[in-house]
Ligand binder design. Sequence first.
Ligand code: CUA
Length: 193
Amino acid sequence: MSMPSPQPPDNDTASAAEHVERIEHRWAAVSVAIVVLLIAMATFSAVHQAAMPQARVETANPRALHLDGEFIESNLGTGVEPDGSVIVRGIGQQYSFTPSCVVVPADTPVTFRATSADVVHGFLIAGTNINLMLVPGYVSSLNARFETPGERLMPCHEFCGMGHEGMWGRVKVIDKAAFARLAANRRRLSCVE
Ligand code: CUA
């Protein structure tokens, strides 16, 4: 007695299975292509960013800050520029800020520009999102606005040596009109007593 011969494959079922497999392969290829594309994009942007200079890098020679340029002593503190904007210039050094007390007007755009005379220091104003690193050789700049008058602490938040814990400054935010009266008499303001 002979075995029953295996059923011949159903032609329709076989071609349907092949069709599904082809679609699966195509989708697998698409998803691999997407992953490859994303990796290529991430690699390109990382390499591009690392290889290109920042849009604007400002430098300041840390050994000559007191001799010449933007950060000479007479230029430190808060000043009103000819166009009415308020700019605060400061220096961090082991272990203090100059000026150690900064006065700024409330409800006014203020630009901080600062650098370091020695090592890396941190520049942070408590209760705000103002947070910079002061790196010797470079100017750090940040635009800020203080809504209400008051006094805030300005600690160094980068370990900069044995005296780091004692490196503090203060920021006094005063009423706009009071600031304008002070600024009318002096080119640079600070609240260092
Ligand atoms: Cu300066 Cu820590």
